[in-house]
Design a protein around this ligand. Structure first.
Ligand code: FES
Length: 87
């Protein structure tokens, strides 16, 4: 299956059509992409849209669940800090 390219904080990363953002990031070796307000890393946890640990800014839209958001060519992803209280 042909690859497409997305970026995380300006760093180009490969992805495959049909992948979620979370799956593509994990496949690229990225384990976390946001931190809580007290600096703890967060990435995929449940993988099914329940826990909200995987929030990411995708194409300028904050707080998107990476495990449910499909990738597309040229997608711009940004890491974040403290988007969710208490986690
Ligand atoms: S990993 Fe739990 S909502 Fe995405």
């Amino acid at each position: 299956m042909p690859e497409l390219e997305m970026s995380l904080d300006g760093v180009p990363l490969p992805a495959r059509p049909g992948q979620s953002v979370g799956a593509a990031l994990a496949a690229a070796g990225v384990a976390s992409w946001r931190t809580t307000r007290d600096g703890r890393p967060r990435g995929l946890f449940c993988g099914i849209g329940i826990c909200f640990d995987c929030l990411i800014t995708a194409d300028g839209v904050p707080n998107q669940r990476a495990c449910l958001t499909p990738v597309h060519e040229g997608m711009v992803l940004e890491t974040g800090e403290g988007e969710r209280d208490g986690n």
